[in-house]
Structures are given as C-alpha cells and as structure tokens.
Write a protein that binds this ligand. Sequence first.
Ligand code: GLU
Length: 462
Amino acid sequence: MSPAEPSTSAEPRSPADSPRVRFAPSPTGYLHVGSARTALFNWLYARSAGGTMVLRIEDTDESRNRPELTDAIFEYLEWLGIDYDEGPSYQSDQRERHREAVQQLLDDGRAYLCDADDNELAGTEMADGRAVRFRTPEGATVIDDVVRGEVAVDHAQLGDFVIWRSDGSPTFVLANAVDDADMAITHAIRGEDLLSSTPRAVLVAEALGATPPIYAHLPLLVNEQRKKLSKRRDDVSLESYRKRGFLAEAMANYLALLGWGPRDGVEIRPMAEIIGQFRLEDVNKAPAFFDIAKLEHFNGVYIRELDAEELLVALEPHLTSEDVPWPPERYRPDVVAAMAPLVQEKLRTLDGIIPQVDWLFLEEPTIDEQSWDKAVVRGKAAPEILDATIATLADCPWDPDTVKDAVFAAGEAHGVNRSKSQAPVRVAVTGRSVGPPLFEPMVDHLTREEVLRRLQTARSHL
Ligand code: GLU
C-alpha cells in the first residue's frame, strides 16, 4: 500500500490525505527496544511519505505513570534522532473529552451502564461509581492490516467490553480510539501485542462515527530461543544499550531492520537513505530476531567510521563513569588519545575501551584467570622468560624496540617463538592474553619500575 492508495477497514480515505501517524507510548517503564522500533517505523513512514508524526503520551494509568519515565521517552527519541511534528500531547488531559464520547455512546444506545456486579442499570446518565460497557453488536470485524493482511474477529469473542471504569477513568481502548479519531490519525503503526485490542477500537471508533486508522501491526521481537523479548530474560531497555556504548546511529540503523529490509538489500546505511527506501508494505509479519551479535557488528562498523576526535568524544563518558575499575585520579585522557586509534578497529561497543586501557590506569592489572593459566602457568618456559625479561629490563634502554628484543631473545633461548614468548609478559603487565599492541604503550605510559614490579609479582606467584 502506498500513501496514494490507502485502504481501510471502514470508509475509504481520500487519496489526498497525507499520512498522520503517532507514537503513543504508555510511560510505565523505561523505553524498550520494541517501543523504540515502533517509534522509528512511524517516523520512517511519516518522513518517507511526507506525513506528520505526532507524539501522544498515553498516561491514563495513573497508578503506574512516573514523570521521569516520560522524560526518558523524550530523551531516547532525541538520542535516536526521532523528531515529531506535533505534541507531545498527554492523554490524561483529554479526560473530559473521553467522558463526552462515552456519554455519546450511552445516548446513542451503543453502550450501557453497569455496576460492579456486572448488572445492567437503567438510565444513561454517567456518574462516578458506574462502569460503562460497549454494546457489541452481532457480526464480525475485519481489519485489513497492512502487515498481517485481513484479520477477522467474530464479535462473540469480544462480548460487551468495558469502556469506562467505575473509578471514573476511560479504558485503554476507549481513550486510544477517541484520540486517534480526534487527532485524525490515518495509520496506527504499533506492536503486534496490541492486535487483539484492535477490533474493539475499531468498533468504538465506528460507533462514534469516526473512520478508524489503517492498522499496521509490527512483528514481535524475539530472542535467540525465538521467545518474545521479555524484561526479565533479555536486555531490552534502550538505556542499557546506550550505557554499554552503542552509538545512536548504529542502534537506529539496526532497529530499522527489525521486521523490514530495504529492497536493494544494503543494510548498513545512513538514515536518510533508509527513509528513501522505507515502504510500510514491505514490513513482514514473521517475528524479528533481536540479534545482539549483529547489533554489535553494526556498532563496530559505525565506531570505525568515527574520526579521531569523534571517537574520543564518544568514549569519554564510558571512561569517566562511576563504573570504571581504576581510581579516577589515575585516569589520563592523553593516554586514551594515544591508545584509541590503536584499538578502534576492534571495538564493538564503546565500553569495550575499558579492558584495552585499564592496565595503564590501575595500580595493579586485573589478572584474567584463563589468560594467566594458559600463558603463564602452562606457557612454555614462562618462568624463564619472565626471569630473563626482568633481568634485561632492569637496565636496558627504555624504548619499545629494545624491550621487545629482550623479550623475544628470552623466548628464543628456550625455543619459544615470538608471539608465544610475549604472552607471559603481556599477561603479567596487562592482565590478559589479548589486547592492544603491548610494547609501545607499555614503554610510553608506564614507568620501568611499574613494569618490573608487575613482572616480579607474576613471577613470585609461580
Ligand atoms: N500506549 C500503548 C502502549 O504503549 C500503545 C497504543 C497504540 O500504539 O495504539 O502499549
């Protein structure tokens, strides 16, 4: 379906209508990758079809809303580069309008009052303490979903559902349908978990004389075990991805591919190109695998594209956060500036910088047990190599080549090749068997005394 040929489950829209979409989050938890994907697809559709993007905060559940959660929505939309043309509006501001809509349905005989015991009451005047049910007619509703095709629901399955609670608040379906109608929303692009509520929203809209939006239900996000992503099992909050050092551009690029793909197959590309490629009718209904390894690969590509200055700016918050393993006073930005280009190629996340540089800021390196076991305990001639290295480094010229030659010579004397003879020294000095280039940083950023102390400590544990 293209914007020029909209289809709808009710009255056809005029082809001249330009799309109006909305992101309508409920601020009941931190922004989830699934919600971010929903926001992004609405935005991509609006931007690709010359439409309008509206932000509506569905904050009617007063018991669960917290203001900081709404602020987090604004913050993360901005982070991802998702802007909006109207809003934010707050659903809770529409309470009177929702009451009026319910009254209209009562007056028209499309709804009825009931009490807590589910008994129908005579009269149509709403008052607190009374719930209101929608009088579901016989028949079926067919939703022509852009993604899922025709979805038919027999009204017998819906029953007479509550649209107004006895505590004087609208239910989700009522508020959602009324707001979509009032805001002239043309397309409701949202998660598949809401599909079951859609026939009720359509019935309410039609009973109010409104044209329901065209629905596009986006596929579920699933984890490696093909299970629906869940807050308990999976890392789902955008905040945690940002903290680990995913770049917003990489995250947004990756989210765009969850349930959609460009026709030319090029997956990693600037957002402007994604907008150019995006077609709502190309969204598919198969569950989308949220593949963290693929996201990390994307992020690595985006990290490699940063220039030296951009890389340092991106790394900075990760190096100065409260979670760094070194004492803050030992941190040296000049050392990071020298190290960053050496490790840029390898980084998948920005916080991956920490194990690359921590040994330069820690008093003592944090020894990785596996590395220690493999390279030092079981490394061929490791004690001899450490001894010989300590002896040479005590008074050789302090430059990388001399140090390197000393280590290699110590290995060769015991029949150990170059890369293997370096291993016990690397583990003693950095704590790990893999990491950045060793000799230059070691000589440039540590003192001879520091290096000797680390080698001696390692030797004393053998
Ligand atoms: N407020 C709903 C939610 O956050 C979304 C409603 C909609 O998109 O229609 O789950």
